[in-house]
Design a protein around this ligand. Structure first.
Ligand code: SF4
Length: 313
């Protein structure tokens, strides 16, 4: 079957089974094309809450499907490839958070939504790459502290610390996203020399030296909106995040010009969800192998820091 035929079959099965497909911007473009909704992890999980479908296929990595399960305990959340896991989330376990809490008993615990459900359940509040600095500032002011515990991405923690002025103790110091953290100063200098008119946009998960050389630092949704709202003359962009977002924007904004800063910007974990597996899971909705179900007691504890973040945002 060609990709187009598989996509047509997916549309037919979706309708027949009344299933909703949510896809992250970093998914392969042919998977994005069959999604009912596209977006970042938290935005998609919230959308999952609004759908009437009993079955939700979340084309993303493990922690995203878990967040959707936390927010939608009454629905079946499925992932096309159960091996699609985020190595950055794996840097931080609940046991490690408890050890940091024992060392710093008075500090609030802020965890990035890119973390496991067990870790969220140990935290005081969650944050996204869009609101990390704001959340760090708000929670430290509410709890009267000059520092917070922050994990698992040390680069996002560093960015939040820079903007908020509040010390972020990294849990752990080496936590990073291998896709964004491998971008170098040389990559930015190189792309600027080739495309001097291109605006350089990078993700907060990049290292500080790279962030400081960019024209704009923002989450995937913030980058997308910046491109969408750019003027007709300011229409050339050098993209410093996963390639999937650039492919999405190239389709949505055909009059704008995009260059990927480096071919290294590819998350092989995100790409484990293929169009073939998306069709397969639609044909096997009741196969427990694909279901991501956070146990109710963990979901209840993990929901609180997510709701607190939404309150503060
Ligand atoms: S891009 Fe980075 S944070 Fe996102 S899933 Fe891949 S490794 Fe994890």
């Amino acid at each position: 079957m060609s990709v187009k035929q598989i996509q047509e079959e997916i549309h037919r099965l979706k309708k027949q089974t009344e299933t909703t497909i949510l896809a992250h911007y970093y998914q392969p473009i042919e998977v994005q094309e069959v999604a009912d909704h596209l977006g970042d992890s938290l935005g998609l999980s919230r959308l999952a809450n609004e759908t009437n479908s009993e079955y939700i296929i979340f084309a993303g990595v493990d922690f995203m499907a878990e967040t959707a399960s936390i927010l939608n305990q009454d629905k079946h959340v499925l992932i096309p490839n159960p091996e699609s896991c985020c190595p950055m989330a794996a840097y931080l376990t609940a046991e490690k958070v408890r050890a940091f809490k024992r060392q710093h008993p008075n500090l609030p615990v802020v965890v990035y939504v890119n973390s496991t459900a067990d870790v969220k359940a140990e935290s005081d509040i969650c944050c996204t790459s869009s609101n990390a600095a704001k959340i760090v500032k708000e929670i430290s002011s509410f709890m009267g502290t000059e520092a917070v515990l922050f994990g698992p991405d040390a680069n996002l923690g560093d960015y939040a610390e820079q903007i908020s002025g509040i010390k972020c103790i990294k849990m752990p110091a080496e936590g990073n996203c291998y896709v964004h953290s491998q971008l170098t100063i040389e990559d930015l200098e190189n792309i600027r020399s080739i495309y001097p008119n291109g605006q350089v946009l990078v993700h907060p998960e990049c290292i500080r030296d790279v962030r400081e050389l960019a024209d704009f630092v923002g989450s995937t949704a913030q980058m997308y909106n910046r491109v969408k709202n750019s003027s007709i003359v300011d229409n050339e962009f050098c993209i410093g995040t996963e390639k999937g977002l650039m492919e999405r924007m190239a389709q949505d904004f055909p009059n704008k010009v995009f260059h990927l800063i480096s071919e290294k910007l590819l998350c092989s974990n995100m790409k484990k969800n293929t169009i073939e597996l998306t069709k397969y899971v639609l044909e096997h909705l009741d196969d427990p192998m694909f279901e991501v179900k956070v146990p109710p007691e963990i979901a209840k504890k993990a929901l609180e820091p997510i709701e607190k973040m939404l309150e503060y945002s």
